[in-house]
Design a protein around this ligand. Structure first.
Ligand SMILES: Cc1cc2nc3c(=O)[nH]c(=O)nc-3n(C[C@H](O)[C@H](O)[C@H](O)COP(=O)(O)O)c2cc1C
Length: 359
């Protein structure tokens, strides 16, 4: 039987992904107050492992408390968090599924209100668990509170915390770490001229604006060793003439590749409020293809990929090495099972417990 491109294994460093249907990181706003993942995360991620995704990527986890997006977000700075993640990783491994975690710092988009369950909007007040945010420059996102501009020592501390979080991810047993450098969070805030007005070595030229992401990639690579894949999620464009372009981002991809990153998880947007994004089926795939071609490194595509045939075509045509699915996997955590059937492929690792459901 021919194995569809979507179901061909992919090896990066010491990890072989059984297929190229990966769960995109999805914030669930369901952590305990101290950033500890809960049963919700076990079931959310575990369902996708049962559903035979090739990789489950856990949501943006704060590298430190101020790195979270909201007080309801997970972290990976404490032993208690590591122990809770380890259970989820062990379950995923029991299903033969690789587990990754996205390591994030929200910068000026931190301390925000979650989408439900609170009576305030924009920033979370200090007396309700909020915090003073930080950023490259003291420029607020929309109606959020104004961040403090990081000084040199503050930037060094962020890099140190990123490395510590990567070490914690290794202790929890994760197979992959992803650095969140997209969607207008801290690293992207340094990359984009819209949010970076610094006049020191971290501002101005693209080389200077990329200094933080390069330092983080090198620190994370050193922390995880040679056999662990390091992914970087980048926004390939700010969708705004003042912002970064796919050419800039392809250049940055090449740099971080030299620094030890293995794959660019190619997304777009998020740097400022009020910038429209022209979405549609597979609307970010061409960016993944451009970065793959220009930086000569693996990429995955993400964004409104919802159909088995569409996903298979993206991989088969060489536009990306894998696809990530977010909302479609929320609707159907067993998407990979369904896709194998749709593509006429008898999945050899269908879960035993569900064999009687295999068509
Ligand atoms: C509820 C929700 C939470 C998300 N959380 C994250 C996150 O933690 N990290 C991230 O990089 N992207 C996050 N995203 C973006 C998704 O990973 C994905 O890139 C986006 O939804 C587009 O893919 P889709 O059309 O398959 O959903 C989130 C999206 C949604 C809808």
């Amino acid at each position: 039987m021919t194995v569809p491109a979507l179901f061909q294994p992919l090896t990066i460093r010491g990890v072989t992904f059984r297929n190229r249907i990966w769960l995109s990181p999805l914030c669930e706003y369901s952590a305990k107050e101290d950033g500890v993942p809960t049963d919700w995360h076990m079931v959310h991620l575990g369902s996708c492992a049962i559903g035979r995704a090739g990789l489950i990527m856990a949501e943006a986890a704060g590298i430190n408390p101020a790195g979270r997006i909201s007080p309801q977000d997970v972290g990976i700075w404490s032993d208690e968090q590591v122990a809770a993640w380890a259970r989820i990783v062990a379950f995923s491994h029991s299903q033969g599924v690789a587990a990754g975690i996205q390591l994030g710092h929200a910068g000026r988009k931190g301390s925000t209100a979650p989408g439900w369950g609170v009576d305030y909007q924009n920033s979370t007040p200090l007396d309700k668990g909020g915090w003073q945010t930080v950023a490259p420059s003291a420029l607020a996102y929309g109606r959020y509170d104004v961040p403090l501009a990081l000084d040199a020592a503050g930037i060094d501390a962020v890099v140190t915390d990123w490395a510590a979080a990567a070490r914690n991810a290794m202790t929890a047993g994760f197979d992959v770490v992803e650095i969140h450098a997209a969607h207008g969070y801290l690293v992207h805030q340094f990359l984009s001229p819209i949010t970076n007005e610094r006049t020191d070595e971290y501002g101005g030229s693209l080389e200077n604006r990329a200094r933080l992401v390069r330092r983080v990639v090198r620190a994370v690579r050193e922390a995880v060793g040679d056999s662990v894949p390091v992914f970087v999620r980048l926004s390939a464009t700010d969708w705004d003439e003042r912002g970064i372009t796919v050419d800039d981002v392809a250049t940055v991809a090449g740099w971080v590749h030299e620094d030890g990153a293995d794959l660019i998880d190619t997304s777009t947007g998020g740097i400022a409020s009020g910038i429209p994004i022209p979405t549609g089926p597979g609307y970010q795939v061409e960016f993944a293809a451009t970065i793959r071609r220009t930086a000569e490194m693996p990429t995955n595509a993400v964004g409104l990929i919802t159909l088995p045939e569409q996903a298979n075509e993206i991989v088969e045509s060489g536009k990306a090495d894998a696809v990530m699915l977010g909302r479609e996997m929320m609707r159907d955590p067993h998407f990979a099972l369904r896709a194998s059937t749709a593509l006429g492929y008898k999945l050899p690792y269908w879960p035993d417990q569900y064999l009687r459901a295999q068509p």
